[in-house]
Design a protein around this ligand. Structure first.
Ligand code: AMP
Ligand code: GLY
Length: 426
């Protein structure tokens, strides 16, 4: 099978890496890709947001499967454009992707499907904002209604800060604060059958100890030794399946990857958000542990054939990923800095540790790999347990040089040392 992956971050590098290891994949292409993906896939300079161009490319390549990585092309209808050309696409339609594209839409679906989530108000005027903030009290949770790359959410005890963020966004969702550890659960679905992957935990805040602003994600690990073994089944039964059923009932079936971001509160599981695609950086650790060949699974989801798939196979070990971010991320990041140490990681730490590229590009003249985005690299390692995977990942991180960069040093630290404690990473 020839596969085309759309996107160019570390999630797409992880997808491409797994696809490149699948014996059924005879050719692997990616648009636009990045300097790391170029080592496992042929890159094409096609605009990921242009559905017609992506469909043209897929047809020209004879692709048997197109995998759309990021949310923006999904919301723009790129999967629809590919399907309209008769080519199987992994990823929801533009309509179903509204589950991520609009937090208000997601709340409406959850209400209809009886899916547990934070109580919320959708506000458009300053008076509505004040009323909602007053109704919930601190800590305040204020979310931009539209796509904001994980950065449109402010959680704060400061009423003025909450009000300012709300007024700057326009249409906002203001909701009840959910206490408890966070879990990311991915489910592959064809619109009817739901196949959960292993849960992971993401670290959203920029700095150690969950300090600093929210980011797209600074690191992740899987599995979750502190979680109840029944957790995944409970989430499928109370969250994923009812949501998939509700979207099908509405005539806008959701196929692709349903990402449930959850809080495990004292009163039970609550949805924090849905995403319509694989999470980044959680994908890096989930795929590091998936033994089932990826292409067949994604193709089954894209063609309505998931019910016939055998159970997924997983490694018993653990995986940890650490994001190396540019100077000033998540503000306006500095780009164009050379990255060193990539070859040493491959030579000294591979194959149990490896570097997935996020925002990178190769300098045409020097051949150097340069930073080209906020999150630059996702260093990933496997091990028999989290402690071993952590040791390996940080050994590899230490080899990387990127002027002005920062990374968290506490990814999976609590979970590795205290299997019973609900590691707080949020
Ligand atoms: P979101 O973009 O909705 O995933 O929000 C980003 C992050 O903000 C989440 O991962 C949480 O850490 C935090 N957050 C969002 N909603 C809530 C909530 N209702 N209560 C507590 N924290 C939240
Ligand atoms: N890691 C959070 C996300 O992918 O949205």
């Amino acid at each position: 099978m020839k596969v085309l992956v759309i996107g160019g971050g570390a999630r797409e590098h992880a997808l491409c890496r797994s696809l490149s290891l699948d014996p059924d994949v005879t050719a692997l292409h990616c648009a636009p890709g990045n300097a790391g993906i170029a080592e496992v896939a042929e890159l094409h300079a096609v605009d990921a947001l242009d559905g017609a161009a992506v469909a043209d490319l897929a047809a020209a390549l004879g692709a048997g499967l197109v995998v759309v990585g990021p949310e923006a092309p999904l919301v723009a209808g790129v999967a629809d454009a590919v399907r309209a050309r008769g080519i199987p696409a992994f990823g929801p339609s533009a309509e179903a992707a509204q589950l991520e594209g609009s937090k208000a839409f997601a709340k409406d679906v959850m209400a209809a499907a009886n899916v547990p989530t934070a109580r919320a108000y959708v506000c458009t005027t300053p008076a509505e904002v004040d009323e909602a903030l007053d109704a919930f009290g601190p800590p305040y949770v204020v979310k931009d209604d539209g796509l904001a790359a994980g950065k449109g959410v402010v959680v704060t005890g400061d009423l003025e800060e909450a009000r300012e963020h709300a007024l700057a966004c326009g249409r906002v969702v203001i909701e009840e604060f959910l206490d408890g550890p966070e879990v990311s659960l991915f489910a592959v679905t064809d619109g009817e059958t739901v196949v959960p992957l292993q849960p992971a935990q993401d670290f959203k805040r920029a700095y150690d100890g969950d300090e600093g602003p929210n980011t797209g994600g600074m690191g992740a690990y899987s599995p979750l030794p502190w979680a109840d073994p029944a957790l995944v089944d409970e989430i499928v039964a109370t969250v994923c399946q009812p949501t998939v059923d509700e979207l099908r009932r509405r005539g806008t079936p959701f196929s692709g990857l349903l990402y449930a971001g959850l809080a495990i509160t004292s009163r039970g599981v609550r949805v924090i958000e849905f995403n319509a695609r694989f999470g980044d950086p959680e994908t890096q650790v989930v795929l590091a542990r998936l033994k089932t060949p990826l292409a067949g699974l994604l193709k089954a989801a894209a063609t309505g054939a998931l019910a016939a798939e055998p159970p997924l196979r997983w490694s018993d070990g653990a995986a940890v990923t650490v994001v190396i971010a540019s100077h000033n991320y998540p503000g306006t990041p500095r780009t164009g800095d050379p990255i060193t140490g990539l070859d040493e990681v491959t030579a000294e730490d591979g194959p149990t540790a490896y570097v997935l590229h996020a925002g990178t590009k190769r300098d045409g003249a020097s051949g150097d790999v340069l930073s080209a985005g906020g999150r630059v690299l996702s260093v990933t390692a496997s091990g028999s347990d989290l402690a071993k995977a952590r040791e390996r990942v940080y050994r590899a991180v230490a080899r990387i040089g990127l002027d002005g960069s920062h990374h968290r040093t506490d990814i999976a630290a609590k979970a590795a040392t205290d299997a019973s404690g609900a590691a707080g990473g949020a």
